[in-house]
Design a protein around this ligand. Structure first.
Ligand code: UN1
Length: 496
């Protein structure tokens, strides 16, 4: 059954002013229209920003623990609706159901984490150098925030941004990917049911080039948080620099797993399969490079191919499916183009490399898990983000060489090393230039209580999620307050 979605503006579910709509299809079977969504235009964005601006003073003044109570309620509702939402994620985005449920679980985790922040939002109190004077810092909201989110984690990533923005006292306009508007609308529905006041959260659906760009450059927007492609992120960076508007970016990755010769082979293999082919490789944290020590490479690649060939492709709602479809035809074509590029560059295609079209698979864009061996660091398939089930295997003779390959790219989101030698892993931990490092675990699996963010071109240095330096820092600004109760002029740095 097709879900009829509406935009959510000022507490009301409404059609786009233009009356236009667009369809969101099931990537496992594009004949199924999962949802129809209103195609927002400038007039809808205007109203959403005005609603968010009008709601800001009251939301900001509501004590943070009270805001937290609403978020706790949202967390409870997410738990109650986990199965329904997980299935919706799978239907609309294609990932297998266990991962669809994981997507919702990540939203549950961040809802409770950020709700709890309502009773912390810690600033500092420090001694003054002068008598009868105190000094403190506190978090204040930025105002109206625009959140632009991708399709690959259609519940989790909007939640990272929403719950952090809300607990800090900001109001929000969410512009989700036009591939997954139903997931976004379901999440906003949960926030409404939890008691978020009208205008505090607004939803506008539509393509990034039109609605998204208009929204983020709108004069009434105070800050922008974006997760998506490098190309879009870099364009935003240029726009925001002119506007002097805070911008948090999470962009691409070309994450690598290093497999040393003393690695537990089965553990490393499972990590590569999970990191490379989980979510059909459509994660910013996907393991698309595997750097294997030359002494164990041949055997490792043979086993990897053997296991990759056995992975079952299909509709993610079917229990035995391990690899779902790519999000849409354009993404599928891009992945096949990269596979062709890899072959032209002289990499050895060991398995996969083709679109699967047997039976039901013909109705979606499925690509067989693909492994390239003999990849060298200069090849495009070793340097560019593919965002599909393609693993490029490179070779190394020692840790230093492996680390150099990992660090040689402008990307720096996550990396991993498999080795049973504590000294090797400790050195890797110190030298790997990525925002997240995994030891004896794959490149995916971040938890919400620590920051999630890429270094260099993978991000803008404003990580998502919790922990020191996490999303609270982006969605608030620090106000420093000095209170002098001496009743006389006191001069810092001068009176001694
Ligand atoms: C993404 O890769 O796009 O660490 C987000 C992970 C998940 C989040 C990934 N918790 O893989």
């Amino acid at each position: 059954m097709t879900i009829m979605i509406r935009n959510f503006i000022g507490g009301t579910w409404c059609e786009a002013e233009s009356g236009k709509r667009f369809a969101s299809r099931n990537p496992a079977d594009v004949r199924e229209v999962v949802a129809e969504a209103p195609l927002a235009g400038c007039a809808d964005v205007d109203r959403a920003v005005e609603a968010a601006r009008a709601a800001f003073p009251a939301w900001r003044s509501l004590p943070a623990p009270r805001r937290g109570e609403i978020l706790f309620r949202a967390g409870g509702l997410l738990i109650k609706n986990k199965q329904r939402l997980g299935e919706l994620v799978t239907r609309e985005m294609g990932k297998v159901i266990s991962e669809g449920l994981g997507d919702v679980q990540e939203a549950i985790d961040i809802s409770f984490y950020m709700a709890g922040e309502g009773r912390r939002l810690q600033g500092e109190t420090v001694p003054s150098e002068l008598p009868d004077k105190d000094c403190k810092s506190l978090h204040e909201p930025l105002g109206v925030t625009a959140l632009v989110t991708p399709w690959n984690f259609p519940i989790a990533i909007p939640s990272w941004k929403l719950f952090a923005a809300l607990i800090c006292g900001n109001t929000v306009i969410l512009k989700p990917s036009s591939d997954t508007p139903a997931c976004a609308a379901a999440l906003v529905g949960i926030l409404e049911e939890a008691g978020v006041p009208p205008g505090v959260v607004n939803l506008v659906c539509g393509p990034g080039e039109e609605v998204g760009e208009y929204l983020v450059t709108y004069p009434g927007v105070d800050a922008v948080s974006f997760t998506g492609s490098c190309a879009a992120g870099e364009r935003l960076e240029r726009m925001m620099a002119e506007l002097h508007r805070p911008l948090a970016l999470e962009m691409g990755g070309k994450n690598a797993i290093i497999v040393m010769d003393d690695a537990d082979p089965e553990l490393a293999l499972e990590g590569v399969l999970w990191g490379g082919f989980g979510t059909s490789g459509q994660r910013c944290t996907a393991a698309s490079r595997v750097i294997v020590h030359e002494r164990v490479q041949e055997r490792f690649v043979a086993q990897l191919c053997e296991r990759a060939e056995r992975m079952r492709l299909g509709n993610g709602l079917t229990a035995e499916t391990q690899v779902g479809p790519l999000i849409n035809e354009a993404q599928g074509r891009k992945v096949l183009d990269y596979i062709a590029i890899g072959q032209e560059e002289g990499a050895r295609l060991m398995t996969g490399g083709i679109r699967a079209v047997d039976g039901e698979l013909a109705h979606g864009f499925f690509v067989q898990p693909t492994v390239f061996a003999g990849v060298t660091p200069g090849m495009r398939i070793a340097r560019e983000e593919i965002f599909g089930p393609v693993v490029s295997v490179l070779s190394c003779s020692c840790l230093e060489e492996a680390v150099e390959i990992v660090n040689s790219l402008p990307f720096g989101l996550s990396s991993a090393i498999y080795s049973q030698d504590v000294n090797t892993t400790a050195r890797a931990e110190r030298e790997l230039q990525t925002g997240i490092v995994y030891i004896n675990a794959s490149t995916i699996g971040a938890e919400v209580q620590l920051p999630f963010g890429g270094w260099r071109h993978s991000g803008s240095g404003h990580p998502e999620a919790g922990g020191k330096g996490g999303a609270i820092d982006f969605f608030s600004r620090i106000k420093v307050v000095y209170r002098d109760y001496s009743g006389r002029l006191q001069r810092a740095q001068i009176d001694k």
